[in-house]
Design a protein around this ligand. Structure first.
Ligand code: HEM
Ligand SMILES: *[C@@H]1O[C@H](CO)[C@@H](O)[C@H](O)[C@H]1NC(C)=O
Ligand SMILES: *[C@@H]1O[C@H](CO)[C@@H](O)[C@H](O)[C@H]1NC(C)=O
Ligand SMILES: *[C@@H]1O[C@H](CO)[C@@H](O)[C@H](O)[C@H]1NC(C)=O
Ligand SMILES: *[C@@H]1O[C@H](CO)[C@@H](O)[C@H](O)[C@H]1NC(C)=O
Ligand SMILES: *[C@@H]1O[C@H](CO)[C@@H](O)[C@H](O)[C@H]1NC(C)=O
Length: 338
């Protein structure tokens, strides 16, 4: 099943519509710094819609490892850990958006930390991708760390093959509840995943329950993507909503309550897909296996506004995770310490 041009076109079109209806809440927030970040994020998403999901993920991957300190942006540190910087971590596969962070930094200069830029840009991406439904205020004043370790990132970030107990434990370590785990997993309504991150779900020997018609459609699509992307590890769209109608029909996806024309939009469609066993990652599917988590899954499926409000609150909590280092600075370049 090929992703048609029409679908790709629809994605771009719907994002242009999103950009045109920027919410007053977002537009009113903050001074020059916030305005500059928002403008750059808008421009970048218009040029490449994939940047939006990338920015939301960057917040998680920066703040989860040593707190929000811009450590995920570093290419080099004064004492490179032998495992490499965070970017080199296996769990950071596919991380992107760094050029945009550099471009924003170039506009803002020394006055603003890279750590602040990451959380502000992620906030703006969430507002744009949700068509203004997810907005939140953030304090600034974060400082940049000088340590970045791939081993630390691999030890700290959750993996797509985790069981639900491991996911809950991973979030509890950061004082995040099971409900917040379920809320934030809804970010997988947007963006892409490498095949290597979900291939376990397509292998009968290792698969966690997955809808068989969906799995068959996915396997066919992945084969086509290998050719299109000329790689054995292509990236696939997370959300069945964003697949073409042929794919959705073949999967037997019940789109009741899902806006299937809202391609690329950050909404509660993740919960509709998860509860139909039509998600890519095992770590998404296993939320169904926990009593508490599965209750939240259906709550958020049935109440989009509740999910949006809780997602915003959880992003604020994430963006405020305190930096854990002992030496800080405002970096001149986000890619290296001063
Ligand atoms: C709960 C545990 C989580 C696991 C195990 C997980 C795992 C993953 C994996 C494996 C990918 C695909 C990487 C690749 O193969 O290219 C991914 C992508 C992504 N994740 Fe998560 N994730 C989790 C939580 C989160 C959270 C809390 C957020 C943000 C609030 C988030 C936002 C995203 C986004 C937006 C993408 C797509 C990025 C892009 O298109 O560039 N994830 N995640
Ligand atoms: C750290 O690693 C990067 C990338 O491999 C390299 O360019 C840089 O020179 C290294 N820095 C030190 C201090 O070893
Ligand atoms: C832990 O999370 C709860 C709920 O979000 C919050 O009220 C509390 O202040 C947090 N505690 C710490 C130590 O961060
Ligand atoms: C596909 O990838 C291979 C290996 O990376 C490369 O040698 C080849 O030139 C690529 N083919 C096309 C059409 O890009
Ligand atoms: C998908 O199914 C619907 C309803 O059965 C049908 O109207 C539509 O033509 C189908 N689309 C494709 C591309 O198969
Ligand atoms: C569904 O999404 C489309 C495209 O983004 C949008 O124009 C439309 O208003 C949405 N419909 C509803 C009911 O939200």
């Amino acid at each position: 099943m090929k992703l048609t041009r029409a679908v790709a076109g629809a994605a771009v079109l719907s994002l242009c519509v999103l950009l045109a209806v920027q919410p007053a809440a977002a537009a009113a927030a903050g001074g020059n710094v916030e305005g500059t970040v928002r403008e750059e994020v808008q421009k970048a998403i218009k040029a490449d819609p994939g940047v939006g999901p990338a920015l939301i993920r960057l917040v998680f991957h920066d703040c989860w490892v040593n707190g929000c300190d811009g450590s995920v942006l570093l290419d080099t540190t004064p004492s490179n850990s032998s495992s490499g910087v965070e970017k080199a971590a296996a769990n950071n596969i596919g991380l992107r958006g760094f050029e945009l962070i550099d471009a924003i930094k170039a506009k803002l200069g020394d006055a603003v930390s890279c750590a602040d830029i990451v959380v502000l840009a992620g906030r703006d991406a969430a507002a744009i991708l949700s068509r203004g439904r997810i907005t939140y205020a953030l304090k600034t004043g974060r400082r940049d760390g000088v340590v970045s370790s791939a081993a630390a990132a691999d030890a700290t970030l959750p993996q797509s093959t985790f069981e639900v107990s491991q996911l809950k434990g991973n979030f509890a370590k950061k004082n995040f509840t099971t409900e917040e785990l379920v809320v934030l997993s809804g970010a997988h309504a947007v963006g892409v995943s490498h095949l290597s991150s979900f291939k376990d779900r397509l292998n009968a020997a290792t698969a966690t329950p997955i809808d068989p018609s969906y799995a068959a459609a996915l396997a066919r699509d992945v084969e086509a993507l290998k050719g299109q992307q000329n790689t054995t590890d292509p990236t696939e769209r997370f959300n069945i909503r964003d697949m073409d109608a042929g794919f959705r029909n073949a999967s037997g996806f019940d789109a009741t309550g899902v806006n299937t024309t809202a391609v690329g939009v950050l909404d509660n469609s993740f919960y509709h897909a998860t509860l139909q066993n039509m998600v890519l990652l095992k770590s998404d599917w296993v939320l169904r296996t926990d009593g508490e988590a599965s209750g939240s899954l259906s709550d958020f499926r049935d109440d989009a506004a509740k999910w949006e409000a809780e997602f915003a609150a959880a992003m604020v909590k994430l963006s405020n995770l305190p930096a854990e280092g002992t030496r800080f600075e405002i970096r001149k370049s986000c890619r290296s310490t001063n």
